[in-house]
Design a protein around this ligand. Structure first.
Ligand SMILES: O=C(O)CCC(=O)C(=O)O
Length: 315
């Protein structure tokens, strides 16, 4: 494989040259400078951006998350199965309040996701991560774009972790292998030894971002600290979203959303992809552009029968 830089046609992302083997770089030091963060993402596959959320916003979102977690636990049998680990993930925060939803349209999210994935990126999922006790070992080391051929030389997903608590190794901060997005192909399939990874140190309010090709995993939380974060997980517009947002987003959220947010959730075509009921394209040329789409009141079924679409609203 050539070590020359490759410029990705759809996004303009320029891939840094391949490393000479499975070299593990240092975790880039936290920075308040967005441009430096983008450079770290390119060279190291991750970055830590300081002060992405101010302390009041951190405090507010943290309290809302604790309230949400308690309310979901109180649902008893209706509470989603969260597995038996003390590391818990709350899915689909899109329906769970504007303070979470706002993170999708945050200017920093926009700059970073657009840099890595191009301007038409989609929300893959919005989730909350927290611990409810200690864990004894690091979780599985993985690449978030594991479903996508390992040979591609550009990110198809990226994970933006808005940190609501200080992330430290004792609290199970993320284990990362900086530079692993530039490893030769033969090192991209089987995960490296977790003990060789490095754990991040980052204060509450930071944004910790990692490229979908970076090997990483949740660290062991020896202290049992809640270590809360919201993950804005973003994907290229041709990747299947982790959460099927057009089905699992409450209809009133779509109705109140800005055109940008509707597009991020999936209500905008990307060329020929993302139609609803075969969205009309006026002429062939439009297939190469993008257009906003809406939920029709009804689908057309056999022999012209109209099939009403169910409408799930929160109010
Ligand atoms: O919780 C963490 O530190 C990392 C989570 C993770 O591995 C993921 O969301 O892919």
């Amino acid at each position: 494989m050539s070590s020359d830089s490759i410029r990705e046609g759809q996004t303009g992302y320029v891939q840094a040259p391949e490393l000479d083997g499975p070299v593990i770089l240092d975790v880039p030091s936290p920075t308040a400078d967005l441009q430096r963060g983008l450079e770290d993402l390119n060279s190291h596959g991750c970055c830590i951006l300081l002060n992405a959320l101010d302390p009041n916003r951190v405090d507010e979102i943290r309290q809302l998350l604790d309230r949400q977690y308690a309310a979901e636990q109180a649902l008893g049998a209706l509470c989603p199965d969260r597995g038996n680990s003390n590391k818990q993930v709350l899915p689909n925060m899109v329906n769970k309040g504007s303070r979470f939803l706002d993170l999708i349209e945050d200017a920093t999210t926009e700059s970073i996701a657009s840099y890595l994935l191009g301007k038409n990126w989609l929300l893959s999922s919005l989730t909350a991560h927290l611990f409810i006790g200690t864990t004894t070992k690091a979780e599985l080391i993985h690449r978030d774009q594991g479903q996508i051929p390992a040979s591609i030389e550009f990110p198809a997903l990226c994970n933006l972790f808005y940190l609501l608590d200080d992330f430290t190794p004792q609290r199970g901060s993320t284990v990362v292998f900086p530079g692993s997005h530039r490893w030769p192909l033969s090192y991209r399939v089987h995960p490296p030894n977790p003990e060789l990874g490095q754990q991040i140190n980052a204060p509450a309010g930071s944004l910790f971002v990692f490229d979908g090709r970076l090997w990483h995993g949740t660290g062991a939380n020896l202290e049992g600290h809640p270590r809360r974060a919201i993950s804005v997980f973003c994907c290229a517009p041709w990747v299947r979203q982790q959460e099927n947002a057009c089905v699992s987003t409450a209809r009133d959220i779509f109705e109140q959303a800005s055109p940008k947010l509707r597009a991020r959730l999936g209500l905008r075509t990307y060329g020929t992809l993302g139609n609803i009921n075969g969205t009309r394209i006026e002429h062939q040329g439009a297939a190469f552009g993008s257009t906003d789409v809406e939920f029709p009141d009804a689908l057309i079924g056999e022999n012209g029968q109209l099939i009403p679409l169910p409408s799930a609203r929160r109010t």
